[in-house]
Design a protein around this ligand. Structure first.
Ligand code: ADP
Length: 192
């Protein structure tokens, strides 16, 4: 089983690369951002709760996010592995994910960070905002807020997995294919 965390700042290309990795390695892609947007689209209680945080570029509270992630994983037990995209974003989320993997008699194989600098990220997200229909992609103040929260709350997750010898970094600048090759190389050298 390969259980991969695709990590990196907002707009670093996690969703794009996850879609390609899923085909290559036959994994289930779980994006907490997509799950929240789906709930919001259906105006469920969970979606209504998440909306107020997402609109401001803040993190949805851990207990809400962890519960949703757990449901998704438990509903899909018979898979070759998972790609987690946008999760874990805090240390409590990382602890909860490790526990969940243990319950399933498996573990996180590794975390790969897509390394992209702030100016590039802001440009990419504002560009994406023109067509994505995501309100949080259209406002530079909200985009910068998301990056700030990534630096303060989410980067410690990298160190959490580095302490387990499981954290890797690849250059997230270049063509989609070039970045994909870099990711596959790390997966094959360290996890496969
Ligand atoms: P991006 O990576 O571009 O920021 P996502 O789709 O991953 O986009 O996330 C969009 C928003 O959804 C986040 O700004 C946050 O409000 C919420 N969200 C997604 N994943 C999490 C998470 N693991 N914990 C808390 N909030 C989350």
């Amino acid at each position: 089983m390969i259980n991969l965390i695709l990590f990196g700042p907002p707009g670093s290309g996690k969703g794009t690369q996850a879609a390609k990795l899923v085909q290559q390695y036959d994994l289930l892609h779980i994006s907490t951002g997509d799950l929240f947007r789906y709930e919001m689209g259906n105006n469920t209680p969970l979606g209504q709760r998440a909306k107020s945080y997402m609109e401001k570029g803040e993190l949805v509270p851990d207990e809400v996010t962890i519960g949703m992630l757990r449901n998704k994983v438990e509903a899909n037990p018979d898979v070759e592995g998972y790609i987690f995209d946008g999760f874990p974003r805090t240390i409590p989320q990382a602890g909860a994910l490790d526990n969940l993997m243990k319950e399933l008699f498996t573990e996180i194989s590794g975390l790969i960070m897509l390394d992209v600098d702030d100016d590039e990220i802001v440009n990419r997200i504002l560009e994406r905002g023109k067509s994505s229909g995501r309100p949080d992609d259209n406002d530079e103040t909200i985009v910068r807020k998301r990056i700030e929260i990534y630096r303060s709350e989410t980067t410690p997750v990298f160190d959490f997995y580095a302490a387990q010898g499981k954290a890797h970094k690849v250059n997230g600048i270049g063509s989609i294919e070039a970045i994909f090759d870099r990711l596959c190389k790390v997966i094959e050298e360290t996890m496969d």
